[in-house]
Design a protein around this ligand. Structure first.
Ligand code: GUN
Length: 286
């Protein structure tokens, strides 16, 4: 029997835990953790993401500081806002929604965030600290994936893990987290030879590519655990449907456990952002 890893339910448990912690902090210290979001421009998908992040921040009892800037905003203006938020004691986490308009250098903007407030874990200091085993802010999507894997397995020690996709946001930090949990990690990408062979050897398969249903069930090792980060919109039978990077129907016949799309990794990402904001608050106070 294949286990369905229910990210939606896991995310709810995590948010409930955060809400309790925030209520405790509020009653004992009289303050709450705060998350500032910065959205530049009018990308509709980004607007939805930022709205959801802000809504869930408020639902857990934390403070949300939403900054929505026009698409003509200069890089200097964004950097000035970040400097203000870095210095603001009410703000414990700062998130700059990506992608930024082309005239703004995203690396420069992200690296202007105070690393302790970098709740996305994208600052070069946090990336370096993760790579060297120091206490870093961890990127939200890989953090959600490793939480679900630890919950499912207990120990990940000695497992063969394959990460497909090498983005800075998901693939690379995911590989680092699996390595830190003592997996034997392989990273695959568009130039990898014999992807099928690598898949067949993987006890843990993490897909983070963004190509609808690219992995068929018969590439998966029987009993493997599949974490599907892909969220792809496809037109099927006249309607729009969300599918992962794995062909769920055939994969779920072979895998030991699998995350569905939607309802798997997706809900964990925002829950982990809230978790990181709480963590940033606690580290600032300790
Ligand atoms: N755009 C797509 N994913 C992300 C994310 O995890 N964080 C931010 N800031 N922007 C994104």
């Amino acid at each position: 029997m294949t286990v369905l890893i229910d990210g939606k339910a896991f995310a709810k448990r995590l948010r409930d835990f955060i809400s309790l912690q925030v209520a405790d902090i509020k009653s004992s210290l009289g303050v709450v953790p705060g998350l500032a979001t910065i959205l530049v421009g009018e990308d509709p998908a980004s607007e939805v993401y930022v709205r959801n992040k802000s809504k869930q921040t408020i639902e857990t009892g934390m403070a949300s500081f939403k900054h929505t800037l026009g698409s003509a905003t200069s890089e200097a203006e964004v950097l000035k806002l970040i400097a203000q938020l870095n210095a603001d004691d009410r703000v414990h986490g700062i998130l700059v929604q990506l992608p930024l308009p082309r005239h703004i250098n995203a690396e420069k903007v992200i690296n202007a965030i105070e690393p302790a407030k970098d709740v996305d874990g994208f600052h070069v200091s946090n990336v370096g600290m993760l790579g060297t085993g120091q206490k870093a802010m961890l990127p939200c999507t890989p953090l959600g994936c490793i939480m679900m894997l630890r919950d499912h397995f207990g120990s990940l020690s000695g497992k063969n893990a394959l990460v497909v996709g090498r983005s800075n946001i998901v693939g690379k930090p995911m590989a680092q987290l699996l390595l830190a949990d003592d997996c034997t990690v392989t990273m695959a990408h568009r130039y990898t030879e014999d992807l099928e062979g690598h898949c067949r050897r993987a006890d843990i398969l993490v897909m983070a590519v963004g190509r609808p249903e690219m992995i068929p069930g018969d590439w998966i090792k029987p009993g493997a655990t599949v974490i599907d980060v892909g969220i792809n919109r496809v037109e099927r039978d006249g309607t729009t449907k969300l599918v992962g990077d794995v062909d769920f129907k055939s994969a779920s016949l072979v895998a030991g456990a699998i995350t569905p799309v939607p309802g798997g990794v997706g809900p964990m990402t925002i829950a982990c952002l809230l978790f990181n904001t709480l963590t940033a608050f606690c580290r600032a106070k300790s």
